[in-house]
Design a protein around this ligand. Structure first.
Ligand SMILES: Nc1ncnc2c1ncn2[C@@H]1O[C@H](COP(=O)(O)OP(=O)(O)OP(=O)(O)O)[C@@H](O)[C@H]1O
Length: 591
């Protein structure tokens, strides 16, 4: 209770009087009392997430390192700890010389590797400062988690002075009662110093990149690009060659191959199946690389044709009219091959795949390539039971002189199968397509001898950058469509996407609205998408097990009882495996 005898916000949350999810709760409270908004956020899980292999955001660690060293010297063995967290609220550095405080922080899991995003941990100095994008003090019972309630924390976001993006949080923590009067000025002075170091670092790196770019461009006869994760400089030949996602591809490729060397060469597959012969040279010192200069010569297209002028006809960053199925992954190439083979048959074609993978999209694409602008009617088998006679009459009418996609045909009411079979058999075979999750043992689907499997997005996450322009273009009139920053692409690629392309589409549309016309950075993503789900970790066997589990859970529309039955395991085993393999229940489709 507060001093007016009212239940505190935290008590109301614990009593279940406010919506469970952090965003909903925040909305409710925002309209009443701003302070409540900050002290009342409820976490969505029981555990503090942890990822051991810390990927230190280079520029943040570079700028903050010397400042943390100096602060650590100043506080010596005083009862104060300094924490540095990245933009996902993962602690990446901790400095404290005080033995008891160190033990207490370790017990409370306040140490490098743990995530303190508000949605996982509730109100805390790191996650809440990130959410509020301003300095934040939280003490004792104001923390949501009990394990944090012995501490007072002051967190302040670290904003990049050029991009304005929040790069992380500097937090100073002490025990409640140890007095934190001087901590706030200490934090704010350190934040100012780190931000100005970020500015100096960015300017120095950009300056270096520019010098190396100009030097390489002077002697080059090929496409030259100079880049790091934030900046890209390209000559005319490179601008015509590169697509919006290629910056991330080239940067990842160069970082991987450069290792400890200063130069590397090799083939790089860019968006749209374009292969270039590339040579990359490091810019800057080892350990504080400013970027790379890459010289590229177009090789051939994936289909073996020469590349001449391949992008000159389209404006850069402008999605072309949907004449291709984008993607650079093996799965995307296999899909294009299968679609190519389907074009050569005049049999009914079945598009199989999990919900939201783009089966209907592929069917439309196939139809356009077969029949140009001729109309295509989509009939959803799920609604056939509402008016069976009308639905079947419409099917027959459409098939008399046009083409049809029977959507979700595996979900057709069994009583209607025979009548639909008769209509499909009487139609010109090349005019009928259907979509279904699996072929299963459906008698009706046997009438579709040719099938194309549309892969789940988790098997083709390297295609996210290629899919994004088309997905965004369909929902915004803004041109050019916003681009995804390399960090955003990496974050999105590390997820499982049980809702497949449909889920990606909705995340991108939300992010584009938040980005308000600028490129989409990680902080524009909905909070639950800002950190990886651990998809890529684990042994090959664990990844395969995870795929099977996910596939079954998606098939069972998130129903754990049904999924456990299909897998032949107990429900408790399913829960245990889900936890062990990092499958997050809240991202599964709802039954
Ligand atoms: N290659 C693509 N390019 C652009 N948008 C796509 C692509 N694939 C799918 N989409 C978009 O993703 C969403 C889901 O696609 P679609 O409806 O085709 O999926 P589906 O597999 O048929 O789903 P369901 O089985 O649930 O009906 C749609 O908005 C679609 O436009």
């Amino acid at each position: 209770m507060d001093q007016h005898g009212q239940r505190t916000v935290r008590e109301r949350v614990l009593d279940g009087d406010v919506p469970l999810d952090a965003a909903g709760f925040r909305r409710e409270i925002q309209t009443s009392w701003q302070r409540c908004r900050l002290v009342g956020v409820r976490p969505t899980g029981d555990e503090v997430p942890f990822r051991p292999e810390l990927e230190r955001p280079g520029r943040l660690a570079r700028a903050a390192g010397p400042v943390l060293d100096r602060l650590a010297e100043q506080i010596e063995d005083g009862p104060v700890s300094i924490l540095l967290a990245d933009s996902e609220a993962q602690i990446i550095d901790r400095r404290t010389g005080h033995r008891e405080l160190t033990d207490a922080l370790d017990r409370a899991l306040v140490s490098p590797g743990f995530y303190y995003a508000e949605e996982f941990t509730g109100t805390n100095g790191i996650g809440t400062a990130l959410e509020a994008a301003s300095p934040f003090v939280v003490s004792g019972a104001e923390h949501f988690r009990e394990n944090l309630q012995e501490f007072t924390c002051i967190g302040s976001p670290l904003k990049h002075p050029i991009t304005g993006n929040v790069e992380g949080v500097l937090d100073v923590t002490c025990r409640v009662g140890d007095g934190h009067g001087v901590m706030k000025p200490l934090v704010l002075a350190a934040v100012r110093e780190i931000e100005s170091r970020m500015y100096a670092d960015a300017s120095r790196r950009e300056q270096l990149l520019l010098e190396h770019f100009l030097r390489a461009n002077r002697r080059a006869t090929s496409a030259v690009v100079s880049l790091n994760e934030d900046v890209v400089m390209a000559n005319t030949a490179a601008s015509a060659l590169l697509d919006l996602s290629d910056q991330a591809t080239l940067w990842d490729w160069a970082c991987r191959l450069l290792g400890t060397g200063d130069e590397c060469t090799g083939e790089v597959r860019l968006a749209g199946d374009v292969v270039v012969q590339a040579r990359a040279a490091r810019v800057g010192e080892r350990g504080s690389m400013a970027g790379v200069v890459v010289e590229m010569r177009p090789h051939t297209r994936g289909d073996g044709r020469a590349l001449a002028g391949r992008r000159s006809a389209t404006r850069p960053h402008e999605p072309r009219e949907d004449d291709t199925l984008p993607g650079r992954s093996m799965a995307a190439r296999r899909l294009r091959d299968d679609v190519g083979a389907a074009l050569t048959t005049d049999r009914p074609v079945l598009l199989c795949g999990e919900a939201g993978t783009g089966k209907l999209h592929v069917a439309r694409h196939l139809h356009r390539r077969r029949a140009g602008q001729d109309p295509l009617t989509v009939l959803d088998a799920v609604v056939a039971q509402d008016d069976p006679a009308g639905w079947i009459a419409k099917l027959a009418k459409v098939l008399a002189d046009g083409a049809v996609v029977l959507r979700h045909l595996d979900r057709l009411e069994p009583a209607l199968v025979e009548r639909v079979e008769a209509v499909v058999d009487a139609a010109a075979p090349g005019r009928v397509m259907a979509t279904a999750r699996t072929r299963g043992d459906s008698r009706l689907l046997d009438h579709f001898p040719f099938s194309v499997t549309v892969p789940a997005l988790r098997f083709r996450t390297e295609d996210i950058a290629d899919l994004a322009p088309a997905l965004l273009a369909a929902h915004t009139s803004r041109r050019p469509v916003p681009r995804l920053s390399p960090g955003t692409i990496r974050t999105l690629a590390a997820r499982d996407w049980p809702g497949n392309i449909r889920e990606l589409e909705s995340v991108l549309v939300t992010a584009a609205v938040r980005a308000m016309g600028s490129d989409i950075a990680q902080e524009h993503l909905p909070p639950e998408y800002r950190c990886a789900t651990g998809k890529s970790s684990g042994s090959p066997l664990q990844r395969a097990e995870r795929d099977i589990l996910l596939e079954t859970l998606v098939e069972a529309r998130g129903n754990k009882l049904a999924a456990a039955e299909r897998l032949g395991i107990a429900r408790s085993t399913l829960y245990r495996k889900m936890r062990a393999l990092g499958i997050d229940e809240k991202h599964l489709p709802t039954p």
